[in-house]
Design a protein around this ligand. Sequence first.
Ligand code: PRP
Length: 213
Amino acid sequence: MEYLTIALSKGRLADLSIELFEKVGLDCSEFKNSSRKLILFDETNKVKFFLVKPADVPTYVEYGAADMGIVGKDTLMEEGRNLYEVLNLGFAACRMVLAGPKELQGRLDQLNNKRVATKYPRVAREYFQYKRKESVEVIKLNGSVELAPLVGLSEVIVDIVESGRTLKENGLVILDTIADISARLVVNRVSMKMKSDRINKIIDGLRGQLGER
Ligand code: PRP
């Protein structure tokens, strides 16, 4: 039997993804031996797992190097890849927001030529273009985005908010909500047809698990 390949996001999503796959009968015991291996095997079920950076999961899945993957909706929005998003797994829930100093609350339209700092340049550009119908300067950062308005790099930020603590501790507020975010199961378009039995079995299993929560 050919292997079914699953790309998992390293970091925050990894443990919950593994937990979920174990619940539907896949053997993820290889993950428990801390190692730097990038491909892990479940020989019983003929499944291969790849561990990659979240932003690379949609790439592996679109090209068919992985049949399916688990990735955050934020990453899917930013990467804009051609694949099936088949299931909202519900965990790692947070929001994609526009945020800034509270003085800007209700006054956003009065501020021209805004600079927007973000780890999500595509999401930010599309939000301002389609929802607010204005052009802005988008400044790409790789982390600690909340710093940007504090030091004058930008007026506002587009970022994900989970508990809201980072915003609060840095004196920023949510100015608008862009999208609800959570982990999603994604599937390659060709694999969905060619390996439909095995993939659907996993989807049904995961769906069953989500229903039981
Ligand atoms: C994320 C996000 C916010 C923070 C939100 O950053 O970009 O900065 O978490 O979480 P909170 O609402 O619970 O405070 P992450 O921790 O991934 O680090 P980074 O800023 O280095 O990307």
